[in-house]
Design a protein around this ligand. Structure first.
Ligand code: UD1
Ligand code: MG
Length: 457
């Protein structure tokens, strides 16, 4: 039977170098926390067989990942990565694993392939860990090999002593380890915090394993594998840039047209189908979907929204939790707030705001309008300056407009109110009573014309 491997994600650290009260693993890249990237890379290999060590801001991490909470292990005091492993050890044991794959939670660029590659060493080694050779070794732990190339130890940057450890090779520790449970168990208690940081280092296990005659391998990743750990805002910026290009290139290769790609941002959970066209300075986040044939023009910000095929978003729109049906036109300068729904061929023009409101098939609100808590029937026309007055200071009320209705410009619809199908509202009306089907309503002061008094000079 193949050896079973359980993954252990170390996510308890504060991330002092981020200068933030938010736990480091909740810092975001392209709108998603870095821990989310680690879970997504590991899930295809480990499924539910994943434990996470949390500590600093544990409540916040739990709130962000409620589905994973059951598999959280609390490290009350964060005494180092080695200590995190000690705290979680029993829980890993309980999963019946032969091996534990430990990964730093601040490594969001990790890929499924890289993890798979390391996990595939199970059965052959006692300890294996991934190494990289970045342009700058920075604060990474240095990998020390003997003259024959065999691993000697990992020495943390702070503790590196050239006289003792020899010249630096540039090969460093990526923070992903494969540990054979039975081989490592007896070494765990031997970890000491006798180093410049005063912490228990997981990396010391490597030297200890070598000294105990165990089989230890440093698995070098290819040059194209970027496994940087994120410890500072600058590293977060670099990683976000790398992730952004990774996603953009995948989309382009798949058949999405992207103009000015250096200004397009697409989050990792966003689906963009081949044949969609994105113009620069567009940002799409969350669980958004952009179907084939959609055109998203410049300066638009989108989150958790869907765009059915053939719709066009003109410049400068803000779209949040909205559903845009096929062949709709949105913008320029439209704001779709949560619960905005546009049915096939509907149109929302400039300075129109929608919230919890539905525009039926072919309906139009082309200028300067607020539709909140409203249902608008198919083929209705909402004139410029129409406002649904949905809020009385305490409660929200619904406005219902039937199919084919025509709402004249500058109309205030005081909810709750219903305008029947094919009804017409005269411009400038304030509508407080229901309007039956096919009726015309005029709700405004009657115009009177008076003789103009002219001053005599
Ligand atoms: C660590 C490695 C270093 C490696 C680098 C790769 C050690 C001692 N050093 O350094 O060799 O090159 O990662 O990115 O491990 N954590 C806990 N509990 C703790 C402390 C940390 O869960 O008590 C978690 C952190 O949340 C983080 C991860 O462990 O996700 C790594 O900790 P971090 O402080 O970032 O270690 P590095 O200094 O980057
Ligand atoms: Mg780190």
């Amino acid at each position: 039977m193949a050896d079973t491997v359980t993954a252990l994600i170390l996510a308890a650290g504060k991330g002092t170098r981020m200068h933030s009260d938010r736990p480091k693993v909740l810092q975001t890249l392209l709108g998603e926390p870095m821990l989310d990237y680690v879970y997504r890379a590991l899930e295809p290999v480990f499924g539910e067989r994943m434990l996470t060590v949390v500590g600093f801001g544990a409540n916040q991490v739990e709130a962000a990942f409620p589905d994973y909470m059951e598999n959280f292990v609390l490290q009350k005091e964060q005494l180092g990565t080695g200590h995190a492993l000690q705290v979680a050890w029993e829980r890993v044991r309980q999963t019946g694993a032969d091996y534990c794959l430990v990964i730093n939670g601040d490594t969001p660029l990790v890929t499924t392939e890289a993890v798979e590659h390391l996990a595939s060493r199970a059965g052959n080694v006692d300890v294996a860990f991934m190494t990289i050779s970045p342009q700058s070794a920075g604060s990474f732990g240095r990998v020390v090999r003997d003259s024959t190339g065999r691993i000697n130890a990992i020495v943390e940057a702070k503790d590196y002593d050239h006289a003792k450890h020899g010249p630096v090779t540039g090969e460093v520790n990526a923070g992903v380890y494969l540990l054979r449970m039975d081989a490592i168990e007896s070494l765990l208690d031997g970890l000491r915090a006798e180093n410049k940081s005063g912490e228990y280092y997981i990396t010391d296990l490597v030297g200890m394993a070598v000294n105990n005659g165990l089989i230890v391998e440093g698995v070098a990743c290819g040059a194209d594998v970027n496994l940087m750990g994120i410890n500072s805002p600058r590293e977060l910026m670099d990683a976000e840039k790398t992730m952004r290009y990774r996603i953009i290139e995948q989309l382009i290769d798949k058949g999405v047209m992207i103009h000015n790609p250096e200004t397009v941002i697409v989050g990792p959970h966003v689906t963009v189908e081949p044949g969609a066209e994105l113009f620069g300075h567009v940002e799409i986040y969350g669980e958004s979907t952009v179907r084939t044939g959609v055109v998203l023009n410049s300066y638009t910000w989108i989150t958790d929204s869907s765009f059915a095929s053939g719709c066009v978003v003109r410049q400068f729109c803000h779209v949040e939790k909205a559903e845009v049906g096929p062949d709709c036109i949105v913008g320029p300068y439209a704001r779709l707030r949560p619960g905005a729904v546009l049915r096939t061929g509907a149109k929302v023009g400039n300075f129109v705001e929608m919230k919890k409101a539905e525009l039926g098939e072919g309906a139009k609100a082309s200028h300067l309008t607020y539709l909140g808590d409203a249902v608008v029937g198919a083929d209705s026309n909402i004139g410029a300056g129409t406002i649904t007055c949905n809020y009385d200071g305490k409660n929200k009320f619904t406005t219902t407009i039937g199919e084919g209705a025509f709402i004249g410009s500058n109309t205030a619809l005081v909810a709750p109110v219903t305008v029947g199908r094919d009804a017409l509202i005269a411009a400038g009306s304030t509508i407080t009573k229901n309007v039956p089907d096919a009726q015309t309503a005029i709700g405004r002061a009657k115009q009177i014309n008076l003789k103009r008094c002219m001053k005599k000079s």
